[in-house]
Design a protein around this ligand. Structure first.
Ligand SMILES: N[C@@H](CCC(=O)N[C@@H](CS)C(=O)NCC(=O)O)C(=O)O
Length: 226
């Protein structure tokens, strides 16, 4: 547990999958923290001071020491507060968890975003959806139990909140299909179990307002590209 002497805060933005990862990790550990809402359209001096390299949320601040990049932050949280481990202790399993989390960011999320932004380049959109889809198939084959962590959620499950909640939402906004129950039955079942997990359920943002928000952003992207 964080003690009374410790100051723990999270600079974030509601609706960010990367921020949601940290909220899940902190809840799993039972750590109290202050949530500092960032306006990404008008970034605060605090964000620019604490994350000058990427200028992005989340930034986790522990006793005035800032840490950026969601996967790095989760590892820090896991090493600092030992209860309810998030990463496996076995070195090989730990390496695999890091590997698959990186696959989620580099080979699934990154091409997915590129596909979303390729509003009037059908070829680029197809190529990026294909890249994301291939990596999703590899991840589907990796899923052997209820969660990636077995009976309990772990590092890869938390990283994959992006797949469970954000991909279905944003693909609907952008009008394409990447992640469907027919194409990825195991991952789809996992996503339902994961989103129903008592901790995750309470931290994933409400779908409807986020859909409306992303749709407005997407529509303005489309209009700007015409
Ligand atoms: N790789 C970063 C990604 C963080 C990220 O993309 N954050 C977005 C919010 S979802 C952001 O701050 N965007 C602001 C910007 O790009 O200017 C992580 O894992 O923390």
């Amino acid at each position: 547990m964080a003690t009374n002497q410790e100051e723990v805060s999270l600079i974030g933005a509601v609706g960010s999958p990367f921020v949601c990862r940290i909220q899940i990790a902190l809840k799993l550990k039972g750590i109290e923290y202050k949530f500092v809402q960032e306006d990404l359209a008008n970034k605060s001096d605090l964000l620019l001071k604490y994350n000058p390299v990427h200028k992005k949320v989340p930034v986790f601040v522990h006793n005035e020491k800032p840490i950026s990049e969601s996967l790095v932050i989760i590892e820090y949280i896991d090493e600092t507060w030992k209860q309810n481990p998030i990463l496996p202790s076995d070195p090989y399993k730990k390496a695999l968890a890091r590997f698959w989390s990186k696959v989620i960011d580099d080979k699934i999320a990154a091409p997915f975003f590129r596909a979303v932004f390729a509003v009037n380049d059908e070829k680029a959109r197809e190529k990026n959806i294909e890249e994301s889809s291939e990596a999703l198939h590899f991840l589907e084959n990796e899923l052997k139990e209820k969660f990636f962590g077995g009976e309990e959620i772990d590092f890869v499950d938390i990283a994959a909140v992006f797949i469970a909640f954000w991909i279905p939402l944003v693909q609907e906004v952008a009008g394409f299909e990447l992640f469907t129950p027919e194409k990825f039955p195991k991952l789809y079942n996992w996503s339902q179990e994961f989103l129903n997990h008592s901790i995750v359920k309470e931290l994933v943002p409400p779908r409807e307002p986020l859909f409306v928000y992303f749709k407005a952003k997407y529509d303005s992207l489309v209009s700007a590209s015409i």
